[in-house]
Design a protein around this ligand. Structure first.
Ligand SMILES: *Cc1c(COP(=O)(O)O)cnc(C)c1O
Length: 354
């Protein structure tokens, strides 16, 4: 195991932060002074380096470019009310990252590199964590096959890296969604549960079609019958029917197990709702809408936290929702907000101070 002290740090001579206004900064465009790099080679992780953010040099034969062994995570650090910096539930992302790694025939990353490296990197660039409401520091750990060879096989070498990107509020207007009945995101036995680049590449066509048709996203359904719902775009989905929250279960391996999903389940239960993780068919959703028991539909993910759905279309049925009148999703959203920014006591142990 590598102790944190084994992380070599080459700090920048001068921060570029003074050139930048962090308020309302757009998502994913600006990166902090430093990044973390670790290389896996000959069956072992080598030294871990935190160095100035810069381009990396790769061969055109880099195997990740050809065969897509590439996985990532999305995590956020927040500036707490008391000025400290905390990362939200990084151990959940760490576990999920290694599940993705195993599924893609990639090496797992030890905790000393993923967690300790992340904490040390965030601590070094802590001045970049915006102090404005609804702002955060987005953390992007990722790993890709780095062998310079185009033979089809798991790569012999990998690069694990962490980038940091300050980000402003993610304004997301209530969305119009249709139920996707042709294209498929995930099938049993596939890679739907893994946060792998190919899942994103494969989903872009459906999103683009949705946008062309005047919608924001699609609601994915199961690959075999197009009957059971899966996720909304790259977010998990919740339906509030009567006093029960229902979200698709994970057993088939077709759902990405969101950290926000897990947090929302906990918060909903603490609000007194019953939460069911199970198969839910689109017919059940339509029926609940028609008999007036479908109260709210929303997506969950690290970027937007909770995304409200104002319209859901399935075949000839258009379901519409009066999102400003909703009670549950807005409360979940504000509870999560307060927990993330340390405005409420961290009773769940979700905040990892750096
Ligand atoms: C990342 C992701 C989510 C949300 O996960 P969070 O940990 O809540 O950010 C949901 N669905 C898909 C397909 C994803 O890739």
């Amino acid at each position: 195991m590598i102790a944190t002290s084994d992380i070599v740090v080459h700090p920048v001579s001068q921060s570029k932060l003074h050139n930048l206004q962090l308020e309302n900064i757009p998502f994913g465009k600006h990166f902090t002074d430093h990044m973390l790099v670790a290389e896996y080679r000959n069956g072992a992780w080598g030294k871990v380096v935190i160095e100035p953010f810069n381009h990396i040099s790769i061969s055109p034969s880099l195997s990740a470019l050809h065969y897509g062994q590439s996985i990532f995570e999305g995590v956020k650090a927040y500036r707490l009310a008391d000025g400290q910096t905390a990362i939200f539930r990084p151990y959940d992302n760490f576990k999920r990252f290694n599940l993705s790694a195993e599924r893609m025939c990639m090496p797992t990353v030890p905790e000393d590199i993923f967690i300790d490296g992340m904490k040390q990197l965030v601590a070094l660039d802590a001045a970049w964590v915006p102090q404005f409401p609804d702002h955060s520091l987005y953390i992007r750990p990722f790993m890709f096959a780095s062998e310079d060879a185009i033979g089809v096989k798991p790569s012999d070498s990998y690069l694990f890296m962490i980038l940091l990107s300050p980000t402003g509020p993610y304004f997301m207007a209530p969305m119009r969604i249709y139920v996707e009945e042709q294209l498929v995101r995930a099938a049993p036995g596939g890679v739907g549960f893994a946060k792998t680049a190919g899942n994103y590449a494969a989903a872009m066509y459906a999103s683009a079609q949705a946008k062309k048709a005047g919608y924001d996203q699609v609601l994915w359904t199961d690959a075999l019958e197009h009957k059971y719902v899966q996720e909304i775009g790259v977010m998990n989905v919740f339906f509030i029917i009567n006093n029960t929250a229902i979200t698709p279960s994970l057993d088939e391996g077709t759902i990405l197990e969101g950290v926000t999903r897990a947090s929302v389940i906990t918060v909903l239960q603490e609000m007194g709702l019953d939460v069911e993780e199970r198969r839910i068919s689109i017919d059940e959703v339509v029926e609940a809408y028609q008999n007036g028991t479908l109260r709210e539909v929303f997506g969950t993910g690290t970027a937007a936290t909770i995304a409200f759905i104002k319209e859901l279309k399935y075949k000839e049925t258009t379901m519409q929702f009066d999102t400003p009148a909703w009670q549950i999703a807005p409360q979940v959203k504000s509870t999560l907000y307060n927990l993330r920014y340390g405005l409420e006591p961290d009773t769940h142990g979700w905040l990892e101070l750096v």
